[in-house]
Design a protein around this ligand. Structure first.
Ligand code: NAD
Ligand code: SER
Length: 317
């Protein structure tokens, strides 16, 4: 039997991942934790505790007390917020990862998951169909922390045999919890504003293409990777995962098919430079080959679900 710990369960990914893991592994076996109190769906649906992953003593006590066998560690400061307080973001992102890797080594955790990001790439990386192995010179503190994190993951795997698995997520789009301070957040905010006020001022330029992924596909990919046969995995840093590439204008046009009066305006801020340093599309053929990555959603099916679900939240249907 697996006992699973999720760190960062109140966040954008954690709130969807917790629900799906509880369905598959049983609610009592999936321990959700975060610095802040999660939604009622998470706190009432199974065990939830406030836990700071930077507090290594409480972290290890928690893991031993609940006989944890797998950890998903989602705690991080995302790209936009990290640029406001670079050294604090570096400290949080690195300590959160290193506490987990070292604990996994010492306690003998079966498997751990830690997300990387397309932010590991930088302005000198090929921007189209970016390969798994390529030039990586990230220009944000978030990207630097993810790149260093990937090196640490591979090091703990090679040196200590820690079974650490990771995905370089593209921008993730979901309706359960709002996005947490990243550069791709526009692609979540736009749906809320389309429903609430039928207009949106975008902080990226209209032609800024980025790789994105609907949360349902991201959660499936994450659990598929965690359940894959270890012998088939050839990447122990982090796997490229592609999703759907589009720009704000294309997304706005898709929303207009459902809300014809929707209007988008553009006022690029500091996140424009971050977005321009990231790839436009990703080659994820190694993930397809090693663990059969498959996505189910495209721009059109994702847009319909996002609008329907957010409308339900605001009782406009
Ligand atoms: P989020 O900001 O929505 O959630 C992160 C959660 O971690 C928050 O609920 C926060 O309270 C919690 N947290 C922060 N510090 C903590 C600490 N010290 N102890 C315990 N919990 C702490 O972020 P997210 O979008 O869910 O992202 C989760 C992970 O996935 C991050 O590592 C992020 O870099 C990565 N990622 C996200 C995306 C995306 O588009 N959402 C894309 C690429 C990578
Ligand atoms: N969505 C994330 C961000 O924009 C990418 O890791 O920060």
């Amino acid at each position: 039997m697996e006992n699973i710990l999720i760190i960062g369960a109140a966040g954008q990914i954690g709130s969807d991942l917790t629900i799906e893991l509880r369905k598959r592994y049983g609610a009592a076996n999936v321990f959700a934790t975060d610095l802040k109190i999660a939604s009622k769906e998470i706190t009432k649906g199974g065990p939830f505790e406030v836990l700071d992953v930077l507090d290594d003593k409480r972290f290890i006590h928690f893991v031993i007390r609940h006989k944890i066998t797998q950890i998903y560690n989602l705690a991080a400061v995302l790209s936009g917020n990290a640029e406001k307080l670079p050294l604090q973001a570096w400290n949080i992102n690195m300590t959160a990862l290193l506490n987990m890797l070292d604990l996994a080594k010492e306690v003998g955790i079966h498997k751990v998951f830690w997300p990387s990001s397309i932010a590991v790439f930088g302005p000198t990386t090929p921007i189209k169909n970016t390969p798994q192995l390529t030039v990586m010179e990230p220009s944000t503190v978030y990207g630097i922390s993810k790149q260093a994190g990937e090196r640490w993951c591979e090091y703990y795997h090679n040196r200590y045999g820690v079974d650490v698995r990771s995905i370089r997520y593209p921008g993730l789009i979901s309706y359960k919890t709002e996005a947490g301070g990243g550069t791709t957040d526009y692609a979540v905010e736009i749906f809320y504003e389309a429903i609430k006020s039928k207009k949106y001022e975008c902080f990226l330029k209209e032609d800024t293409t980025l790789p994105m992924m609907f949360m349902h596909d991201a959660i499936k990919a994450t659990i598929d990777l965690m359940e894959a046969d270890a012998a088939k995995l050839s990447v122990h840093s982090s796997y490229n995962v592609g999703g759907i590439s589009f720009n704000p204008k294309e997304l706005a046009n898709e929303i207009k098919k459902h809300i014809p009066e929707f209007k988008i305006t553009y006022k690029p801020d500091f996140r424009q430079a971050i977005a321009e340093s990231w790839p436009q599309s990703i080659d994820d053929s190694i993930a397809c080959k090693d663990w059969n990555l498959k996505n189910a959603y495209n721009l059109s099916s994702m847009t319909k679900i996002m609008l329907d679900e957010i409308a339900k939240k605001f009782n406009t249907v």
